[in-house]
Write a protein that binds this ligand. Structure first.
Ligand code: HEC
Length: 509
């Protein structure tokens, strides 16, 4: 079989993944410093990042163990997977235990270990699922690598992972891992969804008789759920949930809509977040905003008929590696924000970071990068049982990091209030601490109507005041055009009424 030059280079790059990590020393960023680090974000000042544990060998995924949280230790204990060693490590009582709780290479022909996930009934059955790359004998009779994606499980007995068992082997055999990832997630209906990478195959991701380049959905025993989109389709594999996916780096269920969001590594400039619809085609490799690693375009157009467009994409690529929605109570201003980890930006080492993407009902409204100063590849982000954010760095001396809130940051918002007072608008502090000025200005319409326009439209009659108070609290109804205003559940009715008084007061100025 003839390979193009670009394909050979890509194969070479992916084969590098199997070389011991020490050989990477020259490419890898230096180990993380000891911290802690204080940093500022749009809404918070002096947010603190600190190391909880280090000495994890290329960690990939983690789970917090239910029932281990106490008042003194609200994070509790956790288990972490290590990609290259195939170990699962135990962080217990504030300490990373040296001995792994599972050495999966002893049981399985495991080349790389990826994500770990708790079964929804973990508290009763102790089952822990993990995704991995399984080696096999190359059918051409050579010693060349031959591998597919597999899902296995074990039972956590409190000390060790026992009763190890393979649950599912994907029909995705190829000579290279292609993306070297498989993230998994148990959906609210109890089924398990996971990624099966593209394996550098160009045809297979677009064929329904292959598990290559797909997201797959199985029952906890490995069987295909009867409501899978291609379950009864002749010639299609029953486990396929979506197709044309390149290399899945994360799944998260949206906290409000319940939709399954998927994070995927593209080629250069092709990293994307998709909202998964069962049976939909996400286009790889026909449709992508990215280019091959040698710079060539995959296609003349970034989108083709019959494929889904991404919800978010990155140019240049940030080498996405993990994602979660924030739903805790420690950063109320970040509620439902999407956090995505980056290993490096634009293929420049040492530029990994954490990204925060803010959405309203229409789509993305803000994006912010943080933690670049660590200079680390950030592999994973997860919300702890204590409502804090936890990260894993991708390094042979990998670290578990914790992010804690500082003070709510008024300074950025205050700049806009300053502008207001320069315009002679008094008492701008009325809006301090809320997000109004992101979308409103006093005398020009921005995302929302200007406050002067609002004042001109509504008289100061009692019913209008109540109506406006209500729209601030509950969100706009689209009276001003296509865009509704998001709800402000954190604002008290009294404050909202003061705001309305002030806005309506502008009409007399
Ligand atoms: C994310 C952007 C955004 C933010 C943040 C925002 N608004 Fe709005 N606002 C809008 C849009 C868009 C409209 C028009 C909505 C509509 O047509 O109903 C609007 C409309 C309004 C209206 C008129 C409502 C009506 O029924 O006619 C008021 C009053 C208002 N905003 C006040 C505020 C105040 C006070 C805040 C801060 C607490 C705020 N807005 C924050 C986007 C925003």
């Amino acid at each position: 079989m003839k390979h193009s030059f670009a394909t050979q280079i890509i194969s070479f790059v992916f084969l590098l993944l199997f070389i011991p990590a020490s050989a990477f020393a020259q490419f890898a960023p230096p180990p993380i410093e000891n911290g802690p680090w204080l940093f500022n974000t749009f809404e918070h000042e002096n947010v603190k990042a600190s190391i909880v544990a280090r000495g994890l060998n290329v960690p990939f995924g983690m789970v917090f163990l239910p029932g281990t949280q106490t008042d003194e230790n609200p994070m509790g204990d956790l288990l972490v997977s290590e990609r290259q060693t195939g170990f699962i490590r135990h962080y217990r009582d504030g300490e990373l235990l040296q001995d792994p709780v599972a050495e999966l290479k002893l049981t399985f022909r495991l080349l790389q270990l990826f994500d770990i996930n708790l079964h929804p009934d973990f508290s009763e059955n102790g089952l822990l699922y993990f995704t991995w790359i399984k080696g096999g004998d190359n059918p051409d009779g050579t010693d060349d690598l031959w591998m597919t994606t597999a899902v296995s499980r074990g039972r956590w007995d409190g000390e060790k992972l026992v009763n190890l068992k393979e649950v599912f082997e994907a029909d995705a055999w190829a000579a290279h891992p292609g993306g070297a990832s498989s993230r998994g997630l148990f959906l609210p209906d109890g089924t398990f969804i996971f990624g099966s990478s593209h394996r550098i195959e160009r045809q297979a991701p677009q064929r329904l008789d292959s598990h290559i380049g797909k997201t797959l959905r199985i029952n906890d025993d490995g069987s295909a759920p009867a409501d899978n989109p291609f379950y009864a389709v002749e010639g299609a594999l029953a486990e396929i949930f979506t197709w044309g996916n390149r290399s899945v780096m994360g799944f998260a269920v949206h906290p409000q809509s319940g939709a399954v969001w998927e994070l995927e590594n593209g080629p250069q400039g092709g990293d994307e977040v998709n909202i998964l619809r069962p049976g939909a085609n996400y286009g790889w490799p026909l449709a992508t905003f990215g280019r091959d690693y040698d710079g060539t375009q995959f296609n003349d157009v970034p989108w083709v008929e019959g494929t889904e467009r991404p919800e978010v994409f990155w140019v240049p690529a940030i080498t996405v590696a993990g994602m979660t929605f924030y739903t805790g109570d420690k950063f109320p201003e970040w509620e439902n924000n999407l956090f995505v980890t980056s290993m490096m930006v634009g293929r420049i080492p040492g530029t990994g970071h954490l990204e925060r993407v803010v959405f309203n009902d229409n789509g993305e409204v803000r994006r912010e990068s943080m933690l670049e100063e660590l200079g680390q590849r950030i592999r994973y982000v997860s919300q702890g049982p204590d409502g804090l954010l936890y990260l894993l760095t991708d390094h042979v001396d990998g670290a578990l990091l914790k992010i804690e809130p500082g003070e709510v940051n008024q300074s950025k918002l205050d700049v806009q209030y300053l502008e207001l007072s320069e315009q002679g608008i008094t008492s701008p502090e009325l809006f301090t601490g809320s997000d109004c000025m992101l979308c409103h200005r006093v005398d020009e319409s921005l995302i929302g109507p200007s406050f002067q326009e609002i004042a001109a439209k509504y008289s100061t009659s009692q019913s209008n005041i109540n109506l406006l108070v209500n729209s601030i609290l509950e969100g706009g109804e689209g009276n001003w055009g296509d865009l509704p205003m998001s709800a402000h559940p954190n604002i008290s009715a009294t404050t909202a009424r003061q705001m309305v008084d002030q806005i309506l007061g502008l009409s007399t100025q």
